[in-house]
Design a protein around this ligand. Structure first.
Ligand code: FAD
Length: 77
């Protein structure tokens, strides 16, 4: 059966939507992330990640990027 080449539409660019888009990309699927907010911004001062979150981060192959301290050039806004 031919593979559907249309992009998957992901509603919401939070961590869930971005993780879904990354997981799709790693499996060879294109996606379009639709975010209603005009821009991304920081909420709070940091993030705590439970062990199950690290399993998901490992599955997505981004552990080293998540562990990397933020720099001014990596900020989105
Ligand atoms: C102050 C604060 C601190 C937190 N600290 C931690 C922490 O340390 N560790 C931790 O694990 N969790 C923490 N959380 C919880 C964590 O932020 C949430 O569990 C997580 O962000 C949920 O991700 P999500 O992608 O499911 O939803 P969201 O982050 O809510 O993302 C959903 C996105 O979808 C967009 N959206 C909604 N409807 C539409 C639409 N119709 N069309 C287009 N876009 C749409 C929204 O604008 C939003 O950007 C914290 C939450 C807050 C508020």
């Amino acid at each position: 059966m031919a593979r559907n080449t249309l992009p998957v539409v992901v509603a919401g660019g939070g961590i869930g939507g971005l993780a879904a888009a990354l997981a799709l990309a790693r499996k060879g699927f294109r996606s379009v992330v639709l975010e209603q907010a005009r821009e991304f911004g920081e909420i709070g001062a940091g993030i705590q990640l439970a062990p199950n979150a690290w399993h998901a981060i490992d599955a997505l192959g981004v552990r080293e990027r998540v562990k990397r301290p933020p720099s001014s050039s990596s900020r989105c806004c």
